[in-house]
Design a protein around this ligand. Structure first.
Ligand SMILES: NC(=O)C1=CN([C@@H]2O[C@H](COP(=O)(O)OP(=O)(O)OC[C@H]3O[C@@H](n4cnc5c(N)ncnc54)[C@H](OP(=O)(O)O)[C@@H]3O)[C@@H](O)[C@H]2O)C=CC1
Ligand SMILES: CC(C)(CO)C(=O)C(=O)O
Length: 306
């Protein structure tokens, strides 16, 4: 497949490199600073699943340098979404589908509105990865799964092709029969997990030591379930229990990508995740006091610089 990575950060560089390792044609569409870093330091994966040094990193700084592509793997942070639209449009016009793997939900209607419903595939990633000071990927989780599926019937063939590409690559990748439900399910989980770890500035093990604090995650999961339900997505009590059990089972030192960003003094996706949930709740007059409180606690750190 010919895959353009737009957002060659932790996720984009990781999955792009894995596809390249499997023999696919991967182009990194990047801005000036990242282009310089990639040219100077190359692209390396330091991963529990096997280190890899990309032999030939194809870097472009404009979509005009890309004649055509099958897929754009969109992995920017929520606060950078709007800046990608003008680069996505010409690629979509030349036939590419877009697979966004951002956490959250608000990006989907925005992309569908801007690019057309046929262009936007549903996707999400389960991985813990970050970039080090050289711009190399550090992957620390025992999982590196990509889940995707059609949001429009015309996307079935490309999802099948992508399934094959993922099977060839060193990653977990699978097509979901109900990707929208999966995205909501992850949205529920990440709102609780990233919320509590970022607000307290602690990894999950330390939070679990304080039951009064840990129970907040359950309350957020419940609020997010109700939010999904009023949007006609069948997230159930059982999904809440599974997510809560998952939070109980995570390794003590495990934390969210948003908390990692807080530790690094980087901007935070709190508005895309928690702010987005509150806006979706407002549309249905849904009261979400725990999500609202966590959102308010993280807000002062949103644009924190170390
Ligand atoms: N990291 C993780 O473990 C996980 C992250 N996620 C989600 O995936 C998404 C991406 O996260 P992550 O990979 O960590 O983010 P990173 O910050 O590591 O990477 C985002 C990249 O996007 C680039 N970028 C931003 N705007 C543009 C643009 N207009 N054109 C080109 N490149 C651009 C940035 O480059 P520049 O240097 O130019 O700013 C940066 O390299 C988020 O929504 C996150 O919540 C989901 C699961 C796990
Ligand atoms: C929960 C996790 C680690 C799963 O991929 C994640 O998505 C994040 O922290 O952003």
């Amino acid at each position: 497949m010919k895959i353009v990575v737009l957002g060659a950060g932790a996720l984009g560089a990781y999955y792009g490199a894995r596809w390249q390792e499997a023999g696919h044609d991967v182009i990194y569409l990047v801005r000036e600073r990242r282009a310089e870093q990639l040219r100077k330091n190359g692209l390396h994966l330091h991963s529990e699943k096997g280190n890899y040094k990309v032999p030939n990193v194809q870097i472009v700084e404009s979509p005009e340098q890309i004649e055509n592509a099958d897929l754009v793997f969109l992995s920017v942070k929520g606060y950078h979404l709007h800046g990608t639209i003008s680069w996505l449009k010409p690629l979509v016009q030349r036939g590419a589908k877009v697979l966004p793997v951002l956490n959250g939900m608000e990006h989907l209607p925005i992309l569908q509105e801007e690019l057309g419903e046929e262009a936007v595939i549903g996707g999400l990633a389960y991985i813990i990865a970050t970039l080090d000071e050289n711009g190399h990927v550090v992957h620390t989780s025992p999982f590196h799964d990509l889940v995707f599926g059609p949001l429009h019937t015309s996307q079935q063939p490309i999802c099948e092709e992508l399934g094959i590409a993922c099977n060839q690559a060193n990653m977990g990748g699978k097509q979901s029969p109900n990707i929208l439900e999966d995205i909501w399910n992850k949205y529920m989980f990440i709102t609780a997990f990233s919320g509590i770890t970022t607000a307290t500035n602690l990894p999950i093990g330390d939070i679990r030591k304080s039951p009064q604090t840990f129970i907040i995650t359950k309350r957020i999961l419940e609020e997010m379930r109700k939010l999904a339900n009023v949007h006609n997505i069948q997230i159930t009590e059982e999904h809440v229990e599974v997510a809560f059990e998952r939070l109980k089972g995570l390794d003590d030192e495990m934390t969210s990508s948003m908390h990692q960003d807080r530790r690094k003094g980087l901007p935070l996706e709190v508005e895309h995740l928690h702010g987005g949930a509150l806006r979706l709740g407002d549309e249905h007059n849904l009261d979400m006091p725990y999500t609202q409180t966590i959102h308010a606690m993280i807000k002062p750190y949103e644009a924190f610089q170390k």
